[in-house]
Design a protein around this ligand. Structure first.
Ligand SMILES: C[S@@+](CC[C@H](N)C(=O)[O-])C[C@H]1O[C@@H](n2cnc3c(N)ncnc32)[C@H](O)[C@@H]1O
Length: 217
């Protein structure tokens, strides 16, 4: 059920509820705990997914039997490890990261991917890397979590390079509450929403900053 206040954005979760649930659902083992805490330990921005969002990525990969997945925005490798853990044996994850320092922190975290799953971290601007990746497609899933001004371009790439039935997943689709503002970044994310709704069956999960999930038609 939802009541009018929750439809308007009121939330019922608290830090204590999160702690209770995080201990039960998709709890961190040592490798996930290290990947999650790496930004704080190494002075990177602490902008990785939350634990339950990470768990959702693993479950979604398992649900679709994913083998070939692209992530845009690695940071320290937490979401990459969550994706890798949902892949089928023989699966491959390509994760794209702009900052060499972030890539350096992520590499050891991603070594904890399951045996038989290959993770390739590609350094550089995703706008340049994605066209070179096309040859590896079609892909089962694309997860977007990088510069929001690039979302329209990344979403269009996903629409071209996902198989029918493949998943587009994108974080921060409320744009930190600024989605409806008049500026270039917000316009790009709104364009992303329009294009996603056109090429995918979509919904937005009301996570703290909105998580779009779409199935390619
Ligand atoms: C929100 S963080 C990713 C968090 C990560 N997905 C997680 O949950 O563990 C965004 C990352 O995208 C990277 N990034 C930003 N613009 C990029 C671009 N154009 N190409 C590749 N990576 C980019 C940033 O350097 C940053 O590490």
């Amino acid at each position: 059920m939802a009541d009018p206040k929750s439809r308007e954005g009121q939330r019922y979760d608290t830090a204590e509820i999160h702690a209770f649930l995080d201990a039960l659902h998709g709890p961190h083992d040592k490798a996930l705990g290290l990947a999650f805490s790496a930004p704080e330990r190494t002075g990177l921005p602490q902008i990785q997914l939350g634990q339950q969002e990470g768990g959702l990525l693993t479950l979604l990969m398992r649900l679709i039997g994913a083998r070939r997945v692209v992530e845009v925005g690695t940071l320290a490798g937490y979401s990459g490890l969550r994706l890798a853990r949902g892949l089928q044996p023989g699966g491959r994850l390509w994760t794209l990261e702009y900052h060499p320092r972030h890539a350096m922190v992520a590499r050891p975290a991603l070594v904890a991917a399951p045996p038989g799953v290959t993770v390739k971290l590609l350094e550089g601007d995703a706008k340049e890397t994605l066209p070179k990746l096309e040859i590896e497609g079609p892909f089962d899933a694309v997860f977007l979590d990088a510069d929001k001004a690039g979302y329209a371009e990344y979403g269009a790439w996903a629409a071209q390079n996902l198989r029918a039935g493949g998943l587009l997943i994108a974080d921060n689709v409320y744009l930190f509450g600024r989605l409806l503002e008049e500026n270039e970044e917000a316009e790009a994310v709104r364009r992303f929403h329009h294009e996603a709704a056109e090429a995918f069956d979509t919904c937005v999960v009301p996570t703290p900053d909105g998580l779009l999930i779409g199935i390619k038609r």
